[in-house]
Design a protein around this ligand. Structure first.
Ligand SMILES: Nc1ncnc2c1ncn2[C@@H]1O[C@H](COP(=O)(O)OP(=O)(O)OP(=O)(O)O)[C@@H](O)[C@H]1O
Ligand SMILES: [Mg+2]
Length: 381
């Protein structure tokens, strides 16, 4: 297990600044996810951590030791990629034992061919370790096969197994599930989480998929344009985002954003309706963020519109509500019982839970209510 520190990491490719003063403390045994849109610098940061890329500025520390200039092989980290990078001509067992065999041989010995150089006892030992890992991953029955004879999920498990036999200080994974179909991805998500709990090893996991980040991580770092916008447990990131960008990035369906206002007395309105609480701070226009699950059918509610689209997902229903003057429909997520009688093409009103409303200033920063107490709407009028 390793604690990993990234200190003030900056990286440029040509004239493009790809990473800007990244600062993260990854705790021992933690499952940390780097998540953000394509091109935000996630893979570059992971590669710097692995030693495959050098930062222009800043340093990397593992267990208190600076490793910034240290070669990848000396860091004892295992990297698992999206493309499983298995040797097609070797069996699963041989693929999995390669890291152990290589570790045993000096660079000069590696060339001719691995097998004959290793003593029989050593080989038995290695085979034992491989079998143990294969059993953990439930791929022991696949050991004699070639990668070409495996499904995508099985190949992913072999790649993981190959990383595991080395017993690394930490696993670094770059979008390891993105080649799998949707159902298998969900299944492997659960498997990876269980594996992490069982091994107790540090996992640093890169994905552009916010659902993966929300479901698997102990903490997630939301990255955009080479910066970390916010880092914290998934629940905090979802419920308590610092900025509009973070609020928009996490959550599916996306968060609804509607125009609002803070009056000079602090009363907050959405679409000119009072929300029933005051917010100290500068008066002016704000954006009101409402998660789809925080809207409820209510004839007296402040959000009113026409249902223009209805998605029934079985366990939940998503309503798309067109509101006058708003380009984007408001999405409401309801249990099927709550959606009864709400028909396509009809008008309905919805109320919001004032305790869940997220408010963002003109600069996109979150305005927090802090210690201010909610004030009944009639007192604000
Ligand atoms: N070797 C390179 N030379 C020049 N530019 C590069 C190089 N590697 C990456 N970049 C650029 O750096 C930026 C960050 O790339 P990176 O691969 O880290 O993004 P990412 O967040 O992993 O994206 P994705 O989700 O698409 O994998 C991108 O704009 C990319 O084009
Ligand atoms: Mg990438």
């Amino acid at each position: 297990m390793a604690g990993i520190e990234l200190r003030q990491i900056s990286k440029e490719f040509g004239n493009t600044q790809v990473l800007r003063e990244i600062e993260i403390d990854i705790r021992r045994g933690e499952f940390l996810t780097l998540v953000g849109p394509s091109g935000c610098g996630k893979s570059t940061l992971l590669r710097i951590l692995a030693g495959l890329e050098q930062p222009d500025r800043g340093s990397v520390h593992i267990d208190g030791r600076e490793v910034t200039g240290v070669a990848p092989a000396e860091r004892n980290l295992a990297m698992v990629f999206q493309s499983y990078a298995l040797y097609p001509h070797l069996s699963v067992a041989q693929n999995m034992m390669t890291p152990l065999v290589l570790r045993d041989l000096s660079a000069r010995e590696r060339w001719p061919l691995l097998g004959p150089l290793i003593s029989r006892a050593k080989r038995r030992d290695i085979a034992g370790q491989v079998r143990e890992v294969a059993e953990t991953l439930q791929i022991d029955h696949l050991l004699p096969r070639k990668p070409g004879q495996l499904s995508g999920g099985q190949r992913q498990r072999v790649a993981l197994g190959r990383a595991m036999v080395r017993q690394p200080l930490a696993f670094l994974m770059d979008e390891p599930l993105s080649n799998l179909d949707a159902a298998l991805r969900v299944h492997m998500r659960a498997e990876l989480s269980q594996l992490h709990r069982r091994l107790g090893t540090t996992f640093v996991y890169v994905t552009h998929d916010q659902t993966e980040a929300l479901t698997m991580s102990d903490r997630m770092a939301v990255m955009m344009e080479g910066k970390i916008l916010q880092i914290g447990p998934p629940d905090d990131i979802y419920r308590d985002p610092d900025t509009l960008e973070v609020a928009r990035f996490v959550g599916s369906p996306r968060i609804n954003l509607l125009p609002g206002e803070i009056a000079s007395g602090g009363a907050v309105t959405v679409l000119d309706h009072a929300l029933g609480f005051a917010l100290p701070g500068p008066a002016g226009p704000v954006q009101i963020g409402l998660r789809p699950e925080h809207l409820r059918p209510d004839p007296g509610g402040s959000i009113e519109g026409c249902i223009v689209h209805l998605e029934n997902l079985g366990a939940e229903v998503h309503l798309h509500l067109a509101i006058e003057g708003q380009e984007e429909p408001v999405i409401v997520r309801l249990a099927p019982e709550q959606a009864q009688g709400l028909m396509l093409g009809t008008r309905h009103a919805f109320s919001v839970d004032p305790g869940r409303v997220l408010i963002f200033g003109a600069d996109g920063m979150r305005l927090r209510r802090g210690a201010a107490q909610p004030v009944p709407a009639r007192e604000l009028a």
